[in-house]
Design a protein around this ligand. Structure first.
Ligand code: SF4
Length: 350
């Protein structure tokens, strides 16, 4: 049953009206996440807002410690020791105030999560087939039918001899194959939203490209929305419709993918772009890295958190935090005091 059919069936069975597909599937408003640590309060996410429409692919990018994975885990209530404030609306329902049983049902049915490290996410003592078919069995699908669909899913994600491999254990698969298994597990129940948290980090570039293509085609086929978390701007180029760049727990810039690549108006995003190897010009002997390191979330610099590393910082950058807003003649928001000027002079930082 496709996602659309599933929605229709749910509406008919409950005698309820169908969900409003014109509104965002996911809406995050002013999200903050903090942790109590021995050395003080750690503010990992500071006022993040974004939305994801049905069928849309949104990339969240930033260096380690930017708050992107914490944001993703907060979306599914996976941070029991954190203090989370703001609103996370899934199809209009607030995840943060939802009873635990509803949240569990949502995780298993409407939203799936692909973890960074498949080896620790898969159970080493259960067969691959048992783990892939579990979401279906939990929903009452007969064991034989669940097995047939799991083998079909293994074939779809490119596992050869799927009926034989169904009985294998995770350690009998390579890293790339285990990541394909994670994708199969995430998509077998045809969720409406998949959150993919650095799903290709541990893979070599060739397998990375295969896994991203696979995720693209399967989610396209099923009409699934995707939030893709990564530290690598390059891999989102052909995948994401829109992107959001995070730094020190805040959004630095958000735009449609082409807009962000070709008309970025934020020095941090530009720094990330300049550190990518390019194939559309002379091959540089060295890449330009952003100097310094991201700040500790327990000791964020005042003003713009990026100012100690920003080549363009002025006095105002140390004194005032720039709001995330769209410049007068701009097309998308950026958190930089000079976003207006960069909109007028787009080539100035390149
Ligand atoms: Fe750089 Fe200042 Fe813009 Fe921050 S506000 S990105 S420090 S120029």
């Amino acid at each position: 049953m496709s996602s659309v059919q599933k929605l229709a069936a749910a509406g008919e069975a409950g005698g309820q009206s169908l969900p409003d597909v014109s509104r965002p599937l996911l809406e995050v408003r002013d999200l903050t996440v903090s942790f109590n640590a021995p050395h003080g309060l750690v503010k990992a996410v500071n006022g993040v807002s974004f939305s994801v429409s049905p069928r849309e692919r949104v990339g969240i990018v930033g260096e380690s410690g930017s708050g992107k994975s914490v944001t993703a885990q907060a979306l599914l209530g996976l941070l029991p020791t954190a203090t989370v404030t703001g609103q996370i609306l899934f199809d209009g329902r607030d995840i943060l105030s939802m009873p635990k049983s509803d949240l569990r049902a949502l995780r298993g049915w409407d939203i799936s999560y692909i973890f960074q490290d498949p080896l620790s996410a898969l159970d080493p003592v259960r067969t691959i087939g048992d783990q892939i078919s579990q979401p279906l069995r939990l929903r009452g699908v007969h064991q034989k039918e669940a097995k047939t669909r799991a083998i079909q899913m293994l074939a779809k994600v490119g596992i050869r001899e799927p009926a034989r491999r169904y009985k294998d254990y995770p350690h009998q698969f390579s890293g790339g194959m285990r990541q394909r298994v994670m994708i199969a597990m995430a998509l077998i129940g045809e969720p409406r939203l998949v959150i993919a948290d650095e799903p290709t980090t541990a893979l070599d570039v060739r397998v990375q490209a295969q896994v991203i293509d696979l995720l693209y085609s399967l989610t396209e086929e099923q009409g699934t929305a995707v939030v893709f978390i990564t530290h690598d701007l390059g891999i989102l180029a052909g995948f994401a419709d829109r992107m959001m760049v995070m730094y020190a727990g805040r959004v630095m810039e958000a735009a449609e993918t082409d807009e962000l690549y070709y008309r970025s108006i934020n020095p941090y995003t530009l720094g990330l772009l300049q550190s990518l190897p390019r194939i559309d010009g002379p091959i540089p002997l060295t890449l330009t890295a952003i100097g310094g390191r991201p700040p500790s979330p327990s000791n964020l610099p005042g003003g713009c958190s990026f100012h100690p590393r920003c080549r363009y910082a002025q006095d105002i950058c140390t004194a005032e935090r720039p709001p995330l807003e769209t410049p007068e003649n701009g097309t998308h928001p950026s958190a930089c005091h000079f976003a207006n000027w960069l909109t007028e002079e787009p080539g100035v930082l390149r």
